[in-house]
Design a protein. Structure first.
Length: 493
């Protein structure tokens, strides 16, 4: 799609107002400032948004501690490591190491605030003005010159008016709450509230088996909680690769997690220092804490969006095209408030694309088939490109090879028993169109497959590239070689 001329009169500086300081907002601000625009970011909670303050950075910091514990606890004996203490063997707990959750959470908060501070410094050094407050579109619509009014409700109650030639909405989303499961921040929690806990939950019930629920369930299980995962679907991670989800569920159960499939939570009540979760079939399960992970709600209400001509879908998400335009001229949107693909990397790309387009620079429309994503469980699940579901429904004609890691020499050395590499390629050309990695550090191992998908590389090209021996990434090259052999066999038959 060709770039459009920048808004504003010829020779003038384009005024950009960005509402929301998460990845979609602050990345857009940096791009717009670099392109010479006058940029203002309106933010309520601190730059970085939920990704930095309450979601990605905090959760992955917590998971980093859990990962160290799981790796050690599951492999120290096999690797010949001796744990010496004075505890009699018959009194030792199942876990060799424990955790000080209060200390972990203090580190989580410290790192989140430091990251937000670094982002703020970077943005302000670029010449961006940051205003603390809640932004919304003015009621007047577009002026004759194409500009719009943005109103900023400041913390002190005052209202400031800004003029913008282009506006970017990047307000994110917040945890969804059930009417009969209201969080109290102590025993019934959302994922933004768990970092206030000083002691490890003894019995944690996690409601919701999507990415957030699975990540926290796995992390707290590793930290030492007794975890029950309540899933309304047949399996955990219903939106992920079925083979990957099966591996993870098997690992969860093997480590002692109680995974309850086809179990919908109707209500959660606190009774003293206990919680009771009532399921749709009438069954009641008890625990010390309950974490609600049942989706998110876009932060799009009371912003004057629909009055300004911005169309929302039935879930309140802003509808955008592939260059982040909304249905209102001069208004763009990025990130979780659009529901396009709820990843920080996608939000950042949407924000950058919006500014390239608004300021008349060259722009490449968003291509979701090149997005790499990762579930930070143990093992991790990383994916890119077309999926098994796309192949099964006929959306993509592809040949598939899955290579278990148990045959990989480096995996054997590290005591890795679970996981695989899966590649998808076109049957005629051998072009790689997708991949899945289930392994420790899958988020790092997916990168060569991402490059292959993005650059339309063939399995022959992937197979012929050198890999280190021994390495887990060697399984990617081996999977490509097997696809090449299969392609040749199919061509000769």
């Amino acid at each position: 799609m060709a770039a459009l001329p920048a808004y504003g009169t010829m020779g003038s500086v384009t005024r950009i107002v960005i509402i929301g300081g998460g990845p979609g907002g602050y990345e857009a601000a940096l791009v717009a400032a670099q392109l010479g625009a006058e940029v203002t970011v309106v933010d309520r909670d601190g730059l970085g948004g939920s990704a930095v303050l309450t979601d990605c950075v905090p959760s992955k910091t917590l998971i980093a501690t859990a990962e160290v514990m799981t790796t050690f606890d599951s492999s120290y004996e096999e690797l010949g490591i001796i744990v010496a203490d004075d505890t009699p063997p018959d009194e030792q707990a199942a876990k060799v190491v424990g955790v000080d959750l209060g200390k972990v959470n203090r580190r989580v908060k410290r790192l989140a605030i430091a990251q937000s501070h670094d982002i703020t410094q970077s943005v302000t050094r670029a010449g961006v003005t940051v205003l603390r407050g809640r932004g919304r579109l003015g009621a007047g619509g577009q002026a004759v010159d194409g500009s719009r009014e943005v109103l900023v409700d400041a913390p002190d109650g005052t209202v400031q008016s800004l003029r913008a030639d282009a506006v970017l909405i990047a307000t994110g989303a917040h945890p969804r709450e059930l009417p009969d499961a209201q969080p109290d921040g102590e025993r019934i929690l959302t994922w933004t509230q768990v970092y206030d806990l000083e002691e490890l939950p003894r019995e944690l019930i996690v409601v919701g088996s999507g990415v957030t629920g699975a990540e926290f369930a796995g992390a707290y299980q590793a930290l030492g909680s007794k975890v029950t995962l309540v899933s309304s679907r047949d399996r955990v991670l219903p939106g992920e690769d079925p083979d990957a989800a099966e591996v993870l569920e098997d690992v969860f159960r093997r480590r002692g997690m109680n995974v309850m499939g086809r179990s919908r939570a109707e209500s959660v009540k606190r009774i003293g220092d206990r919680v009771e979760v009532t399921l749709a079939d009438g069954k009641v399960i008890e625990g010390s804490h309950c974490l609600m992970a049942v989706g998110s709600i876009p932060n799009t209400s009371q912003m004057g969006l629909e009055e300004a001509g911005v169309k929302l879908n039935d879930w309140g998400q802003i509808q955008v095209d592939r260059v982040s335009r909304t249905t209102a001229p001069g208004v763009y949107a990025a990130g979780d408030c659009t529901g396009v693909f709820m990843l920080a990397s996608v939000a950042a790309m949407q924000g950058r694309i919006a500014m390239y387009h608004a300021l008349g620079d060259a722009v490449q429309p968003l291509n979701l088939k090149t997005v790499a994503s990762n579930v930070f469980t143990d093992p991790e699940i990383a994916t890119v490109g077309y999926t098994a579901a796309d192949v099964e429904c006929g959306k993509m004609d592809a040949v598939v090879v899955k290579l278990p890691l148990r045959g990989n020499p480096r995996a054997k050395m590290q005591g890795i028993r679970d996981g695989f590499v899966k590649l998808f390629c076109r049957p005629g050309t051998g072009i790689v169109v997708g991949g899945v990695v289930v392994a420790p550090r899958a988020s790092e191992l997916i990168h060569p497959i991402s490059l292959a998908v993005d650059a339309n590389l063939t399995v022959e090209q992937v197979a012929s590239a050198f890999t280190v021996y021994p390495s887990v990434s060697g399984s990617t090259a081996e999977a490509a070689r097997q696809l090449h052999i299969r392609k040749r066999a199919d061509g000769e038959s």
